[in-house]
Write a protein that binds this ligand. Structure first.
Ligand SMILES: Nc1ncnc2c1ncn2[C@@H]1O[C@H](COP(=O)(O)OP(=O)(O)OP(=O)(O)O)[C@@H](O)[C@H]1O
Ligand SMILES: [Mg+2]
Length: 270
């Protein structure tokens, strides 16, 4: 498991995450992760949501950062005043222990990551069609936030690569329920859905979703997710996984409902 060695900088966003330099072994290479802490202002369960939903997204072939459980020790927090959560006028130190980490694409000194691209530049994103695939994941998991992605130039490539980030509000954040609504989970710029021609465009991801070995997901989740992230409530976690399993079959309907809205997210659906 990566161990955090140094705080690099605070990131934007409601979960108040921090970019941190980490290593898996004392003499291993540096790895950089955007770390969300257990006592983030949103909910401890957003760490579960991030790890579980990002793993599921990767399993159906979507581009995500590598994700990991990161250890952040008390000594580092005590030595780093920046490692605190701001709540109103007050500040509390980040809680030491196991946190969620989303791997930064390479060395932050060398690679610039963009949260947004202007519409014209979206054409330069090499994997733009993956936004359609990500809607399969967001509808399935009832992501109650808009879809978020990062964009960056991989060395040696001319276009941008998009990675899907911020799965914290999948399963409705700390609620772990599924208040489906037609516009939920869509990306704000509909240009990313230009490749959608009909339900068949979503076919490859829907097929992989159908084929997920659910037993395996169960085992992986139990092995990897620290119980303190969900208050050791195994029943709630199992209910969530059961519900997810059965929701797989309603995803096409949920996509159809998004299509019918006044926002018309899929201009080329025929
Ligand atoms: N793997 C990553 N690589 C590079 N940057 C990242 C990565 N993950 C997150 N970020 C950056 O950190 C910021 C905060 O991440 P994220 O959106 O997951 O947190 P959040 O606090 O939940 O945000 P929100 O307020 O949208 O809920 C993002 O805007 C993005 O710039
Ligand atoms: Mg966010």
């Amino acid at each position: 498991m990566p161990l955090a060695l140094e705080h690099v900088r605070r990131m934007r966003g409601g979960a108040q995450s921090h970019l941190m330099r980490c290593r898996r072994t004392a003499d291993g290479p540096d790895e950089y992760y955007v770390v969300k802490f257990q006592n983030n202002p949103q909910h401890p369960r957003v760490l579960v949501n991030e790890l579980l939903a990002t793993r599921l997204a990767a399993r159906i072939g979507l581009p995500t950062p590598q994700v990991a459980v990161i250890e952040v020790r008390k000594e580092l927090i005590d030595l780093t005043t920046e490692l605190a959560i701001q709540i109103g006028m007050g500040r509390v130190p980040c809680r030491p222990g196991f946190q969620f980490g989303s791997r930064y694409p390479g060395d932050p000194a060398l690679i610039t990551v963009h949260d947004f691209l202007p519409d014209d530049h979206l054409r330069d994103v090499e994997n733009l069609a993956d936004f359609a695939g990500m809607l399969v994941l967001d509808k399935w998991t009832c992501n109650t936030n808009g879809r978020q992605a990062i964009f960056f130039n991989e060395p040696g490539r001319s276009g941008f690569t998009a990675w899907m980030i911020d799965q914290g509000f999948c399963f409705n954040a700390g609620e772990w329920n599924f208040p489906d609504a037609p516009l939920r989970g869509l990306y704000a710029r509909h240009r990313v859905y230009e490749s959608v021609r009909g339900l068949h465009t979503f076919g490859p991801w829907l097929e992989r979703l159908e084929k997920i070995d659910w037993r395996h997901v169960f085992d992986e989740v139990q092995e990897e997710i620290p119980p303190e992230w969900y208050d050791c409530d195994q029943d709630a976690l199992f209910r969530l996984l059961d519900k997810l399993n059965t929701r797989r079959r309603i995803v096409p309907e949920l996509i159809e409902e998004a299509r019918k809205t006044y926002r018309q997210p899929f201009p080329n659906w025929t």
